[in-house]
Design a protein around this ligand. Sequence first.
Ligand SMILES: C[S@@+](CC[C@H](N)C(=O)[O-])C[C@H]1O[C@@H](n2cnc3c(N)ncnc32)[C@H](O)[C@@H]1O
Length: 296
Amino acid sequence: MTSSASPTHHHGPGHHHEHGHGQADTGQDDALAAVLDLDAEIFAPYLDAVTRRVAELAGGGVTHVVDLGSGTGAGTFALLERFPRARATAVDSSPAMLARLAESARAKGLDDRVSTLETDAGTGLGGITDADLVWASASLHHLDDPAAALSGIRAALRPGGLLAVAELDGMPHFLPDDAVAGRPGLEDRCREALAGLHAGQVPHLGADWGALLAAAGFTVEQERTERLELRAPLPDAVGRYAHLVLGRVRGALDGRADPADLAALGTLLDGGPGDVRHREDLVVRSTRQLWLARRS
Ligand SMILES: C[S@@+](CC[C@H](N)C(=O)[O-])C[C@H]1O[C@@H](n2cnc3c(N)ncnc32)[C@H](O)[C@@H]1O
């Protein structure tokens, strides 16, 4: 994580992190965990496609996967399914996230294949040297010094091992432009205001990971950007996801955005007829980037 302790740090699909390696506040973790779980559910087909591409490059010999910044374990569990002979080490600085992940592993009967490591992943990966695959989804940009972190990841990978870096460009879009009467462009303005906050709080969000990977001695074998779009009929999870994300956006922008925009956000969250959980016109748009890089 970065070192800022601002309670307004939002990013990704409405992610809102308390900072201070391992000091995360439980309430914040609960809210983030809910967003991460919904994100994994809604974008499961994308995650499935990504792990398939990873498997194509990784080949059949994957026995140890490291999930860096694992959160609730979306990547851990997807990869254990993709690589049935592998065990996974879930690394996160948040003990609450790791506790949730361990509980899910037990519930899924996978506890013998999952271990957890609570650490600041920017300072190394606990002496691991045999990873076949390191998976870092929406996590690398949190680390204080990406170059140092990549060199720690390199040390954790066996020669020829793969690093998968997945990032996203900011909060997803949910609404048609005219969704809130009198406030066209509401989501775009929110995204812009959040980007301004991130520039100070999460300076590595949007970094050129291809260049950083090359500089750290990785060979980038694939780099792709996908613009995902989900349209009706959408599962109920989408309304709940939009509600959580936009609620967190409103919290982050409180006192920082036009009061009329904050009020408009309120109508999307207040349980009334305009609430995102009741709307049938949601379209989820999210841009996701992926780099697959090999340790030489
Ligand atoms: C946006 S979440 C992504 C979670 C998961 N990879 C996913 O895609 O669903 C970022 C995660 O990185 C963790 N994290 C942030 N800074 C970290 C650090 N310095 N070391 C280890 N984990 C960190 C957070 O606690 C959080 O669980």
